[in-house]
Ligand binder design. Sequence first.
Ligand SMILES: Nc1nc2c(ncn2[C@@H]2O[C@H](COP(=O)(O)OP(=O)(O)O)[C@@H](O)[C@H]2O)c(=O)[nH]1
Ligand SMILES: [Mg+2]
Length: 212
Amino acid sequence: MNKNELTIVMAGDGGVGKSCITIRYVKQIFHDHYDPTLEESYRTQVEIDNSVVTLDIIDTAGQEEFKVLRDTHLSQGDGYILVFSIIEKSGLDEIEKLRGQILRFHDIDPTEPNTNPPFPIMIAGNKSDLEEYREVPTETAKQMADQWGLPYIETSAKNGTNISELYAECVRMVRKYKKGPTTDTPNTEIKTEIKTQPKQIPKEKSSCCLIL
Ligand SMILES: Nc1nc2c(ncn2[C@@H]2O[C@H](COP(=O)(O)OP(=O)(O)O)[C@@H](O)[C@H]2O)c(=O)[nH]1
Ligand SMILES: [Mg+2]
């Protein structure tokens, strides 16, 4: 595949905000009531670290009944964003399962320490605007991600916090991973602020499928 086209797969429990994060990034709006059964993909062109990239973002719907379709999508990513909601700790179990599944799809043993560079998976704790209802302390999520050698970031699709950063960091991980091994120690800290905004390509929204 052309290295300027990357597929990013959104996964996580239902209701954690996968669709809202994706729509916030691609359309810069907060879509309050998005159909939870809709599995859709979006094509958007962005500039990250002075390099233009076309992203195919697959927003999975996650229901167990549609496991085959979801598994197909789970195997297709160049990079992944695993989302849970900071106000519901049950979402962490799903993240753990998904991480294992994704790594196995890519012939990586999830029980081994992460590859160097790490396989591109971002862990996102969404709904950070709902601090008063928080069930998952930042430190807990951070430790879980650290243990997997993965970056952790807290986002809010509602107010836009860290949404661009989330995708930009994911793209950076994919670029590093595709470059291959380095002698550097893997760095899971996110330090840079990203100023770029996505630019939607209106006519190229790819096909979507409605899961009935
Ligand atoms: N307060 C708040 N609500 C959110 C946020 N992201 C999503 N939601 C709400 O959470 C619900 C589920 O979001 P959705 O994106 O459909 O979840 P999905 O099933 O993971 O795709 C919706 O009612 C959204 O309005 C957020 O960052 N903050
Ligand atoms: Mg959804």
